[in-house]
Design a protein around this ligand. Structure first.
Ligand SMILES: [Fe+2]
Length: 263
């Protein structure tokens, strides 16, 4: 993939978004959130590829993948009025469907290998586990997009948690009740060093614990370093009501992250 390909992918994304007419103010705002998210994930991907010393064409490929990774979000919102995949559609599958229908990868002159990588990474970006049976290079791009996506979501969330004047944002807190207690199942998962599963999350506090558990799912050491440098774990922890359980959980994720940097 060339640098011109990257520029074109951004133009294609933007004109695709503009092709939706008659948006309400709220839809317009949600569209902007997803558009900006995609571009920031692209920036983080670029930074990661530079750190990992990827070849120029691979870096561009990772950036294009990031630019398109959430392109399913716009139709999802228009047709189902939600970003919750469980109540609507798998937005990653929708993204691949749209890219094929719009022939965006043909417009970018992708070869077959590049197409396979882009589709594999997009399909895998929102799944609990990384799918098995990926080729070596597909796996690398899957891992990269999953990390870059999580790093940007952590940035958005921690900005939100740190801002005491922020308006309640239900897309970020999932409209769950507030609770001062971490659920037993959620605590058990994170204290065992496991990614917290969405199905066990029942309160706003559980959501925060789940977000802390993403540290276990980061594929690259540089991603863990990014979390530490930006103090994402501290920022989430600082936004919680303290209890022995929370203190234990915070210690667990923090030690894990620091060990990962030394190991
Ligand atoms: Fe996504």
């Amino acid at each position: 993939m060339t640098a011109d390909g990257v520029d074109l992918s951004i133009k294609l994304l933007n004109s695709y978004i503009e092709s939706f007419g008659g948006l309400s103010e709220k839809q317009q705002k949600n569209f902007e959130i997803k558009q900006k998210h995609a571009l920031r994930v692209a920036d983080i991907s670029k930074w990661m590829c530079e750190k990992l010393e990827f070849a120029e064409e691979d870096k561009n490929l990772a950036v294009v993948t990031a630019v398109f990774h959430d392109i399913g979000r716009f139709r999802q919102l228009m047709e189902h009025n939600t970003f919750n995949d469980l109540n609507s559609v798998d937005h990653a599958e929708l993204a691949v469907e749209i890219l094929k229908k719009e022939q965006f990868l043909t417009k970018l002159a992708c070869n077959e290998e590049e197409e396979n990588i882009i589709y594999a990474a997009i399909l895998a970006h929102n799944k609990f586990d990384i799918p098995k049976k990926l080729g070596e290079k597909e796996l690398l791009f899957v891992q990269l997009l999953r990390d870059a996506d999580k790093l940007d979501i952590l940035k958005v969330l921690t900005d939100y948690y740190s801002d005491r004047n922020a308006e309640p944002n239900h897309t970020l807190t999932w409209e769950l009740p507030k609770s001062p207690w971490v659920s037993d199942t959620v605590a058990k998962e994170i204290l065992a060093g496991k990614l917290v599963s969405k199905k066990n999350v029942v309160s706003e506090l559980d959501v925060k614990i789940m977000q802390m558990s993403w540290i276990f799912d980061l594929n690259f050491r540089i991603s863990v370093g990014y979390v530490l440098e930006k103090r994402f774990l501290e920022k989430i922890y600082d936004s919680t009501t303290k209890s022995d359980r929370i203190i234990d959980i915070y210690r667990k994720v923090k030690v894990f992250a620091e060990n990962r940097m030394m190991g």
